[in-house]
Design a protein around this ligand. Structure first.
Ligand SMILES: [Zn+2]
Length: 82
C-alpha cells in the first residue's frame, strides 16, 4: 500500500465529482483515472528514495548532485542539507 498515492487518488475522485457536474463525460474520465490510481495504490508499495551506490555519498535535496554524506551545504548550489 502507498498511503500518499491513496490520499491523492481520493482527492482526484472527490474533485472529479464536481468536474462531472460541470462538464459531464470529461469529469467521469478523471474519476476513472482516480479510481485506477486508488486501486493501484492498494497493491503497490511506496518506492524507496534513490540512493547512490557509494554509501559515503548522497544526493543534494535541491539540485540532486552527488555530494558527501557529511556535507551541510551543497558545494554545487549552496542549499542547506538535512
Ligand atoms: Zn545542490
Amino acid at each position: 500500500m502507498w498511503p500518499l498515492l491513496t490520499t491523492y487518488s481520493l482527492i482526484i475522485i472527490i474533485s472529479s465529482l464536481f468536474i462531472t457536474i460541470l462538464t459531464g463525460g470529461f469529469g467521469m474520465t478523471i474519476a476513472g483515472i482516480g479510481l485506477l490510481m486508488f486501486l493501484i495504490s492498494l497493491f503497490i508499495e511506496q518506492p524507496k528514495p534513490n540512493t547512490p551506490d557509494d554509501i559515503t555519498k548522497k544526493y543534494c535535496t535541491y539540485c540532486i548532485a552527488e555530494i558527501n554524506r557529511t556535507e551541510k551545504y551543497c558545494p554545487i548550489c549552496d542549499s542547506i542539507q538535512d
